[in-house]
Design a binder for this molecule. Structure first.
Ligand code: NAG
Ligand code: NAG
Ligand code: NAG
Length: 468
């Protein structure tokens, strides 16, 4: 749908320029000579030239260092932890004037969309996007549709100014969504920002993050996540501070030691893929096939950890008293809640431990001694990664998603980062794209702990379909 100017029009335009007598540069005809003029006396003496030279140099330094400041940068977006670690959302702003929206931060997909004000009942209760209020809004007149593990969103492909973490993309394509599957959006969340690579985008649009990384807007070509843990905090509310997403840098006060980067296998970036090279449960290793059979998508938009049934069965085989779930819990396993399950995963470098608190997902019933584990089996196909490494794992590390070279890095969380887990603190509010979020008190009702978790249990927000 790119507008091309017909050749005939180009010719017509250049003709009319001549016809209308637009001044054109006069070039010497071949063989003609141009008289050279002798340079007249300098207009400045030595002292004045020295001052002139200095001021020129200073101006150039200041101009380019200013430009560099404008062009390259860093930004932070404070995250909200929703539904006891079920999902993590941030904020962005769309339009002129900008309106802010809470969106799921999803490294497992690549489309950006927000619920439109014309969205029906499925988007009820959320502050939706009203295109008529933005002077820069453009409808691209194409259908937008994206399918995730947990549902789908449909609408129209649109374009507008989008701001996040202090960065702006003037013509960002996004879906203005008019319907979603039921329960996809949990108030106050109004949409989703896909933070994986363009090749995975259903609409084909360049993702916001990738546009910034590829045009050199970031100091360092990477974004980094710190995600908080509230799953084992009985005092937690349904919204809690969720950590941070930084663009253009990794916040050194949130991790210790070195960041271990591992390349995305095959160099073909779509998902943020890593190969699981080893996994242990209670210190015993689970056999992992090599190559693509052990590829995992590193996915902030997925709550738990999903894997092939053989790998998941091998994990629970190391946990005495475990048994497969049935009915709605098919694919899950239960085990005695008193067992401390220690899983460690390596992607080629150090092994990263998942805390027993994150492994223990939920009791099988009120006052039950059995709990479901956070690792569960899904049917796998050749076209999607075998494993999906979600927040259950990511709460235990500082994670870095690097554009160049395409790789994922993990580092140990610092005491500063760990001290934010389970802490009663104020919840970040909308940022309007400012480089750091303004934090204001936001009274979230402690509400329905169990039902919230169950509804969001299936929020496997991972793009399944790579279309167009
Ligand atoms: C250069 O010109 C300025 C005034 O324009 C004068 O004050 C200064 O003495 C001159 N310096 C030299 C080295 O001629
Ligand atoms: C929750 O789990 C973490 C990690 O195992 C642990 O450090 C913390 O003390 C636990 N919090 C509560 C309230 O049990
Ligand atoms: C890094 O994280 C600390 C702890 O959350 C925070 O106080 C600080 O503002 C952050 N710095 C930057 C540059 O993001």
């Amino acid at each position: 749908m790119f507008a091309t100017i017909p050749l005939g029009l180009v010719i017509l335009l250049s003709l009319s320029a001549e016809v209308l007598g637009v001044p054109r540069p006069v070039l010497p005809a071949a063989g003609q000579s141009i008289a050279l003029k002798r340079r007249s006396k300098p207009v400045r003496n030595e002292t004045e030239w020295a001052q002139w030279a200095k001021s020129q140099r200073d101006a150039v330094i200041s101009k380019y260092s200013l430009q560099q400041k404008e062009k390259r940068g860093t930004g932070e977006n404070l995250i909200v932890n929703q539904g006891y670690d079920s999902s993590f959302y941030g904020t962005l702003a769309i339009g002129t004037p900008p309106y802010s929206f809470d969106v799921i931060l999803d490294t497992g997909s690549s489309d950006l969309w927000v619920a439109s004000s014309t969205c029906g009942t499925t988007c009820e209760g959320t502050g939706n996007f009203d295109a008529t209020k933005s002077s820069t809004f453009k409808s691209l007149g194409r259908d937008f549709e994206v399918t995730y593990g947990s549902g789908e969103a449909m609408g129209t492909l649109s374009e507008d100014v989008v701001q996040m973490a202090g960065f702006t993309i003037q013509s960002q394509e996004f879906g203005s969504v008019t319907s979603t599957s039921s329960n996809f959006l949990q108030n106050p969340v109004t949409g989703l920002i896909g933070l994986a690579w363009q090749s995975l985008s259903s609409s084909g649009a360049m993702p916001f993050w990738q546009a910034l990384a590829s045009d050199g807007s970031w100091d360092s070509p990477l974004m980094a996540f710190q995600l908080t843990r509230f799953i084992n905090d009985s005092q937690a509310g349904s919204l809690e501070p969720g950590g941070s997403l930084t663009m253009g840098y990794a916040n050194e006060s949130l991790y210790t030691g070195a960041i271990d980067y591992q390349d995305i296998p095959g160099g073909q970036a779509s998902y943020w893929l890593q190969e699981i090279t080893s996994m242990t449960v209670q210190g015993k290793s689970v056999s992992m096939p090599s190559g693509s059979a052990s590829y995992a998508a590193i996915d902030t938009g997925t709550t738990l950890v999903a894997g092939p049934s053989s790998g998941i069965a091998a994990i629970y085989a190391q946990i005495p008293g475990s048994s497969p779930g049935t009915g709605d819990w098919e694919g899950f396993y239960s085990y005695p809640c008193t067992s401390e399950v220690n899983v460690e995963i390596s992607f080629g470098g150090p092994s990263w431990a998942v805390s027993p608190a994150d492994f223990q997902f939920q009791a099988t019933g009120p006052s039950s001694d059995y709990c479901y584990g956070a690792f569960y089996a899904i049917p796998t196909s050749g076209s999607t990664p075998q494993w999906i490494i979600g927040d259950t794992f990511l709460k235990n590390v500082y994670s870095i998603f690097r554009y160049d070279p395409p790789s994922v890095g993990f580092a140990a969380l610092s005491d500063t980062a760990l001290s934010m887990n389970g802490v009663d603190a104020i919840i970040p509010s909308a940022t309007l794209g400012a480089s750091s979020a303004t934090v204001t008190a936001n009274a979230a009702s402690p509400a329905t702990r169990t039902s919230g978790a169950v509804v969001l249990l299936i929020s496997v927000v991972l793009a399944l379909v790579v279309s167009s």
